[in-house]
Write a protein that binds this ligand. Sequence first.
Ligand code: FES
Length: 554
Amino acid sequence: MNHRAWMRSQGFTSEVFDGRPVIGIATTWSELAPCNVHLHRVAESVKRGVWQAGGFPLEFPAMALGETLLRPTAMLYRNLLAMEAEELMRANPLDGVVLLSGCDKTTPGLLMAASSVGLPAVMVTGGPMLNGKYQGTDVGSGTAVWRWEEDLLAGRMTEQECAFAEGCMARSNGHCMTMGTASTMASMAEALGMQLPYSATWPAVDARRYETAQRAGQVIVDLVENDVTPDKIMTRAAFENAIRVNAAIGGSTNAVIHLLAIAGRLGVPLSLDDFDTLIRDVPTLVNLQPSGKFLMEDFCYAGGLPAVMRELGGLLHTGALTVTRKTVGENVGDAPCWNRDVIMPLDQPFQAAGTGTAVLRGNLAPDGAVIKQSAASPHLLKHRGRALVFDSPEAYHQVAADQDLEVDEDTVLVIRYCGPKGYPGMPETANVPLPAKLLKRGVRDMVRICDGRMSGTAYGTVVLHVAPEAAAGGPLALVRTGDWITLDVPARTLTLDVPDDELATRRAAWTPPPRLATRGWTWLYTEHVQQANTGCDLDFLTGASGSQVGRDSH
Ligand code: FES
């Protein structure tokens, strides 16, 4: 009576207590997260579908992580969202959940939570913004910012032009409309089988986004009635599909970290090396920024993710189960492609097989590092240069405009102490703009190495996720300006050309950086966060807890 009486304060009729499935709708809506600000309306569509199918929908807020405003980086809080959502799903009397996400970290955060809880779950991402439009051309969110920043530094763009361009990029509700991290993770959720076909690509303002959300409301009731839990969908085969789809769409390197973390929650064996070996025979099919030309709206009209998955055909596990309770093969078998300039055929791909994310190892990254080959300059994939070392991106930015900076196009920029413990939160600082001196000479790329991440909307020859990070005592901490570094992507190596005995001497003299926090979330995070090569989850959050909390006292 207690439970029912208080719920009836919201005006529900008594039939909602007749034993029908209670469906939680976790929404990461917030005015501080512009990419997710329309999720309230998406939730209304989900509710319609739940009611239609005979369920009882209840919307609840989960931490909204807005990539553009959160300091020092939204990634610091991905695990906090995952922990909060997990406990809300466990502590409330829910039978199933619909996960509403959009901005970069909200999708993996909610998938991690649902994986640990194990209730039936369906994801509905919020969809990309409409294409940006500036001076008669399409501009991609994020990607254009990096370019305009360099154009401003190089004197190719004025402050006034920049201010005007600012209003031309984000024209509607939705997340970034390049194949950045948000679009990538939405695609990963669909490739994993956790959201409905086409759900990743409908623009946020498209009526079909809301139609799909309503359908998701029906689907979650069906999954509850048939006890289809996330572990039955997100199997090793599903992760292999996601990794291969990520290569085909030219997706973000952030998918590596997030997929490893989700797999860790489910106990699915997945390693950093899987991201290299599984994609060697997968070409990039989708011509989207930042690696290519088009944007998510074009991708949607060209046929969306199902068209890509159909094209990949035998490269995928087509028997993998999805939230439709059909297989991948059944979902995408007839998916049409309407524009071969955007989604290219397997035998005439946008980029050849093996040009996706590569995993590097060597004495500079014993536990691995990654590079997005499709966003790099081919002539720099084999490169030897002298290091120019900075202990923070801020230290680099202070001198980036200095015309006397001792740097040339062969220099290897090392930006360190940007890892999960070091910054903290592993920010997207790896793709620092080139020194103004080089930009003015027309240089557009150089090798950069960092223990941080790179925005999925960015490009350049940037070695990322170096593990162990400098703050954890990784060899990156021992590099000195003037050292020779060899990058050999075809051989998958990253080498600091310094003798072992010299490195041992430097290690003996190295002291760890001071603690960044002595209390609160940042302390908890830096004490327990794991390295990039295993997904940056907290050590005590990996694995599952189930949907029950303690003893049922009521
Ligand atoms: Fe939210 Fe790019 S800033 S998706």
